[in-house]
Each structure stands twice: as structure tokens, then as C-alpha cells.
Design a protein around this ligand. Sequence first.
Ligand SMILES: Cc1cc2nc3c(=O)[nH]c(=O)nc-3n(C[C@H](O)[C@H](O)[C@H](O)COP(=O)(O)OP(=O)(O)OC[C@H]3O[C@@H](n4cnc5c(N)ncnc54)[C@H](O)[C@@H]3O)c2cc1C
Length: 448
Amino acid sequence: MAGVLNQKRSFDGGFSCQSETHFPDRYRNLEEIFSRSDRSYSLLGAGLSYTAAGFGSHSDSVSLKDFDRILSFDSQAGEIEVEAGMSLGKLAQFTIPRGWLLAVQPGHPSITVGGCLGADVHGKNHAKDGTFKNQVLSFRLFHPDKGWITADRQTNLSLFDLTCGGYGLSGVVLSIKLRLTAACQKVRMQHHSLASIFELPKVLEELSAKSDLLYSWHDFSSAAKQGRGFVIQGVFEPNIERSINTDPGSEFHFQPLRSIDRGTGLPNVYSNLFIKFLNMGYGHSMKRKIHKVTSENLFESTFPIAKKTIYFDLFGRAGFFEVQLIVPSDRFADFSKAVLAYLQKHSPVVTLGSAKIFKGQANFLRFSGEGICFGVNTPQTESGRKLVEFLNGLASELKLKQNLIKNSTLTSEMVKSGYPDFEAFRTALNQWDSRRRFRSEMSERLAL
Ligand SMILES: Cc1cc2nc3c(=O)[nH]c(=O)nc-3n(C[C@H](O)[C@H](O)[C@H](O)COP(=O)(O)OP(=O)(O)OC[C@H]3O[C@@H](n4cnc5c(N)ncnc54)[C@H](O)[C@@H]3O)c2cc1C
């Protein structure tokens, strides 16, 4: 099966290259690709990681997009086995009408199940549901030198651990068996106001146990506002009954997303003035919702950005930076003071500030742990780059975990400071695959 030479770009616009991509659609084709050469390969889901985690200049990519079938579904137990290229949107269209939902889902329906496993993503209530790995019962993996292997928490546990959050470096996951949670028809939404970012940890802590979805939005258009904002809370309304309605209908509509198309032909339009007006408008619309309970459909509250993808286009072709890190709650006030002081002095454009609460521990390079998961977006401009340098420096100094899949400027030194298991992950990977058949721009940049 010959590959196709095509242009690729990370979603944040931070890295692009031309490389070959193979599109197997049968298991036999997949085996053939690897049998023909000793090259290194990278594995592509939807390619929506902000960094180049599924491709690179020194490897051919293998796209899993044509492996997107449902293999089995147990409607009583709430378990489903799907191929790894299935998108979250397609999965939700099948499970929601049947009364089931994947508890941990990132923000866009075009993202694939394989990509969620590769980056061990988080959803909208990490404190309650943990990461994607918690939803994985087992998977089937192909490695060119080892063949087909099934892994779960009893069989091949070390491979299970290395692959969930292993960034596609241990082999090709072809199918995944997932645990589902009871879905609902409507989500009860409440909005809580924050006078400043310093109130955030307490509010998130109080609400996390009684919420199904929980995240914050902050206005950083002027440091004088002290990162004021809102906490958005969603609670699943108990299901009236589990009805089988397989008509996808309008409730599942969304704007598809592709990295290569983001911001095509546009310059960056975000400036401090523009953000000030946008935040003012958004703030007013949110204020009207305070002390009110509204009802939203489940698909829209699971993927709030799915109909607002213009947000990413307005960064233009050049793109944006995201820094997302976990700050222990008892250090969040000092961290916030340092960030606000920087914003006050340098006034970079911050298009988004948002946070979630995380609980638990994690080994290897999984972006998980205990504290406040805090993220900001800024355009790829000189002042944006300087803000990212400042945040990277602060994260290294405080030994914070950064989300590897979101920040294309990370180096291995920065990652080592936040992840005590950095070397343990590398060692386990090299023991599993001494020839290192899988690599990407991200794995090379981080010397994984
Ligand atoms: C709008 C938007 C919102 C987002 N929201 C969140 C969020 O709330 N929480 C969060 O955690 N992330 C979030 N993300 C990031 C996103 O969930 C992850 O980057 C995810 O990994 C992207 O999946 P993908 O299908 O695009 O995979 P890719 O980006 O193509 O791949 C991701 C990684 O998984 C590996 N991989 C892919 N398929 C396989 C396979 N079959 N076998 C083995 N490895 C594989 C790849 O090699 C790569 O290392 C968001 C991204 C976007 C664009």
C-alpha cells in the first residue's frame, strides 16, 4: 500500500512539515505497511493535538481514520468495543440515544477514541471521572516486531500502562473496549461568579462532588480585573427512561475540525481591544445566567466548542499557543499573583483563561494529578511567545506538570522538572521496543 505525500500542521500552527501518510483500511494492509520497511512511523488519529504528536519530519504517518466501526455493544452492562479511528461524535450519536455516554471526553467531536487513549485526555470533571484511561477496559494493539497483543488490567498490565498516555509510541491500538456511564437527556446548568481568580480553588472544591461538568472562564483582558470570571457547572438530570431513538437529528450537529484548515487565509484578528469587547459581551451574557438554572442538551454541553470553532480560526494561519498546567491548590494563590503581575506589566493578549479541578495521582507522562488544571491561550505573536516563555519558566521553577499535547514549545528539560517519572517512561519504552519503531515530532523534541 503506497503512502500519499501531504502537508501536515499541528493544530496550534506551531509545527508543519511534508511527510508520507498511509491510509490502511484492512488489518492486512496495516501489517503490510510495516513489513515493507524498517522506517519509523507515527500514528494519526484526527490530528487535533495542539502539538505534532501524530506526525513528524522523520517518520511516515499511519492514519487510523478508516478503522471506525463498532465491534460490539452490551446495552445492559454499558460496554462498547470500537475501532480506534472512531470519532467521539460518531460514538456519541450511537450511545446517547441508547442511554449511555463516555464519561471522559475532550472538547470536540472530531477527536478520535485512539487519540484520547494515546494522550490519556481529561474531560470536564477529572475529580469525579479521572482520565480516559479509567474508561478503558482493554485494547488490541499491533506492533510490527511483536504482532497482535490484547492488554487490560490483568493481562499485559505494563503494556496497558505504557500505552494509555503513551503518545502512540508503543504500537498501533486498533480497537478499544470502553466502559460507559448512564446518559441523560438534559443537563442542568448553573453559573457561579468569581470576583477574582483567587476564589477559584474553594469554589471548584465545593462543587466538584456534586457536578458532572465543571470548569471556569476568566477575563484576563486587564490584570486589574484580577482574573474575575465564572464557574460553569453541569449536573445530569436523572433520565426519564432509556429510550432507543436512533435518529441522529439536529442535536448532534457540529462544525468539523481539521488542523490543516484552521485559520486558512486569515490574519490574526485578536488584539487587546478586541478581547476586551468580546469578554465584556461574554461577561454580560454570563451575568444574566447567575442564580438561574438552565437546561442544555447533553451533546452541546459535552462539546461546548463544537459550534464555536471560529474561535480557533480567528488566530489566523500563524496560530496560537496554549499552556496548560496543574498547580497544587495550596500554591495556586502564589502562582496566580505571579501571572497577574506579568500581565499587568506586559499586557499580552490572552484570548482565553480557563481551569478545572484535578484529583488523584498518575505515573509516567500522563497529564493528571492533584490540583487546579489551569490553561491560557495567546496568539502566535512576539508578546504571546514571551508570555509562554514566562509561563514555561514559572512551571519549571515550581515543578508543575504541563500538558505535553498542548504546548509545542516544551523541551525535555521543562518536562523533566514536572514529571518525576520522565526517565522511568523512557526506560519502559526502550525495554518494550529497543528498535523504537514509533516516533513523532513531539517525541523527538522531548527526547522520549
Ligand atoms: C477543540 C479541542 C478541544 C480539546 N479539549 C481537550 C480537553 O478538554 N481535554 C484534553 O485532555 N484534551 C483536549 N484536547 C486535546 C485532544 O483531546 C488530544 O490532543 C487528543 O489526543 C486528540 O486526538 P486525535 O484523534 O486528534 O489524535 P492525534 O492528535 O492524531 O493523536 C494524539 C496522540 O495519540 C496517538 N494515537 C492516535 N491514534 C492512536 C492509535 N490508534 N494507537 C496508538 N496511538 C494513537 C498519536 O500518535 C498521538 O501521540 C482538545 C483538542 C481540541 C482541538
